[in-house]
Design a binder for this molecule. Structure first.
Ligand code: NAD
Length: 324
């Protein structure tokens, strides 16, 4: 067992988090992660309405008696979403852990804290981490440039981002972006974090509720298989480098607006990729961690492998590296 301030604070067995993932963070995956002793998150915006989120929380509870949370990402969307109503749904569902992302969580914090909810804020820079600590979140998930989805605009990979953040952030910090195996977990602990967050790696598991072709693409892909879209709009997103992503970049470089590119990149099209396995139907998020994903285990096997090998590495290879 690897015990850290994170495992203590959130009441989970292992220092591993399955962070929010649009269309993927559903009850099947989140409950499997929870049952494996790690911390899973349902993704609020995957549910079309706050009422659907209430039902999803209930469904997840029927599949696990272990703690899990809800992710709420606040970023530009093609169709406006009622964030306040999603917050109310989370609170009314009795969920006790929330992952905020994409924007400053300050406006929502009083409500969440009054409801006794612990908040992990996912951010992509040291300065945003400092602000989040100041406004009172309980932990930070620090997301480096390697990550899937939105890495921010600073392009700082985790080898520098994490220790730079650890130098100035006092609350527990989870390392996010590029993590997928025991080597990553041990490195994260060494870099000043108390656990790891994995998204793409959890997509390539038996329980992830997505088409097998997507999982096979993650195994076949390597560290160069992603593309960065929305760079010109300062809303960078790392996605699988398929023909749709390439077309979106082309349109951006031609100076097309989000209104013109929107129909191509809409999340509703990415949802079809996950449902049907039609890999060129839309954009879908994936991280550079594809470079180390080589199989599709169960969540339990994956979590146990990572923690088991990490313990072995710390006790064995690393301690033996010290000269007598
Ligand atoms: P959507 O269909 O509303 O939008 C598709 C993409 O276009 C998203 O990446 C969105 O950020 C971008 N976009 C929309 N309006 C924009 C604008 N005015 N300027 C620049 N970019 C714009 O998104 P969705 O797939 O339904 O996802 C819902 C939300 O979840 C989005 O905000 C999305 O970014 C976010 N998300 C976050 C992650 C993550 O890394 N945490 C991963 C996937 C999706």
């Amino acid at each position: 067992m690897i015990k850290t301030r994170f495992t203590e604070m959130f009441g989970v067995k292992h220092p591993i988090v399955q962070g929010g993932m649009q269309w993927v963070g559903r009850a099947e995956l989140t409950s499997a992660v929870a049952n494996a002793g790690a911390l899973g998150f349902l993704t609020a915006l995957t549910q079309p309405t706050p009422e659907d989120l209430r039902k999803e929380v209930k469904r997840c509870r029927e599949m696990t008696d272990q703690p899990f949370g809800v992710n709420l990402t606040i970023l530009p969307t093609l169709v406006p979403r009622p964030y306040g109503e999603y917050i109310d749904a989370i609170i009314e569902s009795g969920v006790k852990i929330v992952e905020t992302a994409g924007n400053n969580p300050k406006p929502f914090l009083p409500k969440l804290k009054n409801a006794g909810i612990k908040v992990i804020h996912k951010c992509t820079s040291v300065r945003h981490g400092i602000s989040a600590e100041k406004v009172g979140v309980d932990a930070i998930s620090m997301d480096g440039f390697e990550c899937a989805g939105h890495p921010g605009e600073d392009d700082i990979p985790n080898l520098v981002l994490l220790p730079a953040a650890a130098n100035v952030i006092n609350i527990p910090m989870i390392a996010s972006g590029g993590f997928g195996d025991a080597r990553g977990l041990v490195a994260a602990l060494a870099l000043g974090c108390e656990g790891i967050n994995m998204g793409t790696r959890f997509m390539a598991t038996q329980e992830a509720p997505i088409h097998d072709k997507v999982k096979q693409a993650l195994v076949a892909g390597d560290e160069r298989s992603t593309a960065l879209i929305f760079r010109t709009m300062r809303n960078t997103s790392r996605v699988f480098g398929n023909s749709v992503a390439k077309k979106a970049i082309e349109m951006e470089l031609e100076g097309k607006t989000i209104k013109e590119i929107g129909p191509l990149v809409a999340g509703t099209r990415g949802k079809v990729v996950y449902e049907t396995g039609d890999m060129e139907h839309g954009i879908w998020s994936a991280g550079t961690v594809m470079g180390i994903i080589r199989d599709i285990p169960t969540c339990k096997a994956l979590v146990e492998r990572i923690v088991g090998e990490a313990e072995e590495m710390i006790r064995g290879k690393l301690s033996r590296a010290i000269a007598a």
